[in-house]
Design a binder for this molecule. Sequence first.
Ligand code: KG4
Ligand code: ZN
Length: 344
Amino acid sequence: MTIILGLESSCDETAAALVTDEGQVLAHRLATQEAQHRPYGGVVPEIAARAHAEALMPLVDAAFTEAGLTLADVDAVAATAGPGLIGGVMVGLVTGKALAHAADKPLIAVNHLEGHALSPRLADPSLAFPYMLLLVSGGHCQLLRVEGVGQYRRLATTIDDAAGEAFDKTAKMLGLGYPGGPEVEKAARLGDPKAVRLPRPLVGSGEPHFSFAGLKSAVLRARDSGRFSTEDIAAGFTAAVVDCLIDRTRLALDAGGPVTALVVAGGVAANQAVRGALSDLAAARGLPFIAPPLWLCTDNGAMIAWAGAERFRLGLIDSMDVAARPRWALDPTAEKARGAGVKA
Ligand code: KG4
Ligand code: ZN
């Protein structure tokens, strides 16, 4: 059995976890910066980097205490090396390097997206490759055919905003709190999804990508018309996002070749409407639907430790001069999606 320390610091969550290659989570610790970013309605990179630097080592210590282990007990140190806000990524990666160097352990530089992509296998070790993953978070909206560790075929990405970003911006426009996803979900439960008809960008098109910018503008127009309640707009918006996600996932399932399961990961996977619709789609296709527990869907250290464990098993370790990368595509062969502001 091997034990991996995992560090995460690419956005607004600082996290450290100890995970075994058999899928046991020995400890996981997390500090969210939500309160620090709330006054600005979004993540401020400079504030994030400083907060990661303050929070990370105490979280590492707490994880070791929780597990009753010391640095000498781990087999490797895994740290997120990108993509993400570069200041935060550097804090985590440099800390990982320092710990690995001090204890003479191998370093594993993990792609944050690979952490999300492999996390369902930590939750369910029986999940076999290849599976179809819908990765929907604040920074990413992608469909990936996960074919093996380090083998990802990107079938779709967003040509403008990520789905979580659309939730956050909608919350801001509607005067709901931050982070927006959970607030929009709460409001949507009280609204009528049919009261306001919002566009479903790219739905029905053969182009496999996502787009949410037009939907965002439509939310603004609906709000400014003064004809609809906040709850109805939130419900209409959620219904539109769900339709977009389902239509695009259906297309990827048609085009991607056989898979063992339909899997969802990323913060938006917390949304019950999204989960329910994906579960129905999987059932209609005769596929198991797998959604990791919520704490594993959003950013966390265990998914980085687990991706580290999967890589370590295959001998995939990194040198100490590996660099932090603000952009880092999981599938370097994927064509660039048209449009500006494309996320890696
Ligand atoms: O995966 P994550 O924790 O961080 C990123 O890597 O982005 O995802 C955070 C995103 C935010 O945009 C947040 O608004 C969204 O996930 N989110 C939700 C819900 N909970 C979190 N979106 C819709 N409904 C939710 N219940
Ligand atoms: Zn993430």
